[in-house]
Write a protein that binds this ligand. Structure first.
Ligand code: ATP
Ligand code: MG
Ligand code: FE
Length: 351
């Protein structure tokens, strides 16, 4: 099926068009630059930017795909989670298009979209698979038995998300927002073993209650203390070493827990998704461990890791292909939609 995907959950206006698992267009308009001077995404600024960007992005996507509205089989839109005002722009546009064109509308989960991004221009997923979702707002370990039917939450962060930790540590190091790519760049040439930063929830006593959970706020505080101490002592902060050592601590915990889940559950498949999967060290270390443990690893191409409309279109196409019913028009934006809710029908109280 040919499906249009609309994504406005945070600061990227993403419009994607797919035919089944084939990517036809992926247009992204980001308001990131407008947020940089505030050090983080400002919800009102993001919502306004979506309003301005969405029509040009739609036009550009149809031009890129070389098709018109008439050729669509369905429309998919991110219903949540994300910033309410930002989500509402996409949801409103999608409903208007659905009414105007008469095409069926699917309201889908942004997080499941991240996890399923790797199906584009690739083989279908094999089930079950362990999935690690690492993004700006989430860090979750999942068992996916069916991307459009059965996603189970094994564990998640008990405080900060991994992407949030990257953003906060970048700020500590005086690097601009968003922090992930900045830390990646700053870490080049740095020694990942220079500083032994703490690994959250990795002690034997944690393994019972928090075997698959994550914690990154202690790590962030440890980096802040370390940098302060160096500054107080009048030393120059070795930014490359701090960035490399911090990144190594995050990657170590993420991958240790993900590969442990594969071993525990006897599932030799691991799927990665979310903005942090754009990280060079995450990608490299995951490939190394997968080879060593005989796990089949799937990582989306760089451009499909951070927020985009193509992953939403792809999830919509899989829902259509599996014969799921459309969502209707009774749903709203749900800022806290849980990852286990793949498709949304009606919400009692739209946010
Ligand atoms: P969520 O998907 O949880 O709603 P989000 O949509 O804001 O959150 P994403 O777009 O998936 O998050 O990812 C953005 C996050 O990814 C930011 O925190 C950013 O710092 C991080 N990120 C992007 N590139 C990299 C990188 N190269 N290394 C590490 N982190 C990165
Ligand atoms: Mg973003
Ligand atoms: Fe996201």
């Amino acid at each position: 099926p040919v499906v249009l995907g609309i994504e406005t959950s945070c600061d990227e206006t993403g419009i994607g068009i797919v035919r089944g698992r084939t990517l036809l267009a992926n247009v992204i308009s980001s308001s990131m630059d407008e947020h940089a001077r505030y050090g983080g995404v400002v919800p009102e600024v993001a919502a306004r930017a979506h309003l301005e960007a969405i029509n040009p992005a739609l036009e550009a996507a149809f031009a890129e795909a070389g098709i018109g509205f008439a050729e669509l089989d369905a429309i998919a839109v991110t219903s949540g989670p994300g910033l309410s005002g930002a989500l509402m722009v996409g949801v409103g546009a999608a409903k208007a298009l659905a009414v105007a064109t008469g095409k069926p509308l699917y309201a889908v989960n942004h997080l499941v979209g991240h996890v399923g991004a790797d199906v584009l221009d690739a083989e279908p997923l094999e089930y079950p698979t362990v999935a690690l979702l690492v993004s700006g707002g989430h860090t979750s370990l999942l068992v996916v038995r069916d991307l459009v039917g059965d996603v189970e939450l094994l564990g998640e962060t008990i405080d900060d998300a991994a992407g949030e930790a990257f953003d906060k540590v970048a700020r500590i190091l005086g690097l601009p927002y968003p922090g992930g790519p900045q830390i990646d760049r700053a870490a080049v040439g740095g020694d990942p073993t220079a500083i032994r930063f703490p690994r959250g929830l990795m002690l034997p006593k944690d393994l019972e209650r928090h075997r698959y959970d994550f914690s990154f706020s202690g790590l962030k505080t440890a980096v802040a203390r370390w940098v302060e101490k160096a500054q107080d002592a009048g030393e120059e902060v070795p930014v490359a070493d701090v960035a490399a050592s911090f990144r190594e601590a995050v990657v170590d915990v993420l991958l240790t827990k993900a590969f442990r889940a594969c071993a525990d559950l006897g599932i030799p498949r691991l799927l990665l998704g979310g903005g942090v999967v754009a990280n060079a060290r995450v990608r490299e270390a995951a490939a190394e461990r997968a080879a060593a443990q005989g796990v089949q690893l799937r990582i989306p191409p760089l451009a499909l890791c951070t927020d985009n409309g193509a992953m939403i279109a792809a999830l919509g196409a899989q829902l259509v292909a599996a014969g799921h019913r459309p969502s209707g028009l009774g749903f709203g934006a749900d800022s806290t939609l849980p990852v286990t809710e793949i498709q949304v029908d009606e919400l009692a109280a739209p946010a």
